[in-house]
Design a protein around this ligand. Structure first.
Ligand SMILES: [Zn+2]
Length: 186
């Protein structure tokens, strides 16, 4: 794995995101898109949600089910991918259905699509590359561990579900942590 395996596909507003010192990056956050495919994730990522800056929500890197890696935001820009931890983190999004399309229904919370080995191999390659490229990188965690807020379920408002649950229970944390120098953040 080297930078040539990473396809540059920057979001139209990537240059509008705030700059940061590369040395401030100490955390990687693993997400899944909770959408059917990479193209749908792209259309969500391109949406402008913050008119003052002309920017929206996305990770820095996206990994498709077949292992394709795209960089949508360069690491020296702050992407909006997790509440409260954006300034010093890199966000990696794995294409996976998650709870799609009824994210907050009580019966979709299991997240049943497995992560293919090709996708996980690319993730490990990317994580090794980032560890070498960013010596300040120390920690790794999942979006579900950083954002534990609960909200009323969309199908049964008396029930509560997690607002964020990605990458979810099928993500192989043991395999990832065994092969990396990065430590679990929480
Ligand atoms: Zn997420």
């Amino acid at each position: 794995m080297n930078e040539h395996y990473i396809h540059q596909h920057h979001l139209p507003y990537a240059h509008c995101l705030d700059l940061r010192e590369i040395s401030t990056i100490d955390l990687v956050v693993i997400h899944c898109t909770e959408l059917p495919d990479l193209a749908t994730a792209r259309s969500y990522g391109e949406r402008v949600l913050y008119p003052a800056t002309g920017t929206g929500n996305s990770g820095h890197y996206y990994i498709d089910r077949d292992g394709l890696i795209e960089q949508w935001v360069p690491p020296d820009r702050i992407a909006h991918h997790v509440r409260g931890f954006n300034e010093h983190s890199i966000g990696i999004e794995l294409v996976n259905l998650g709870r799609y399309p009824n994210w907050l229904d009580t019966d979709t919370q299991e997240m049943t699509e497995p992560y293919p080995q090709e996708q996980l191999d690319s993730l490990l390659g990317l994580l090794h590359f980032l560890s070498a490229a960013h010596p300040g990188l120390q920690w790794i965690t999942g979006h579900d561990l950083l954002d534990t807020k609960m909200v009323p379920a969309s199908d049964q408002p008396a029930e509560w579900v997690y607002r964020k649950r990605d990458p979810g229970p099928l993500f192989p944390w043991d395999e990832v942590l065994d092969t990396l120098r990065l430590m679990p953040y929480l």
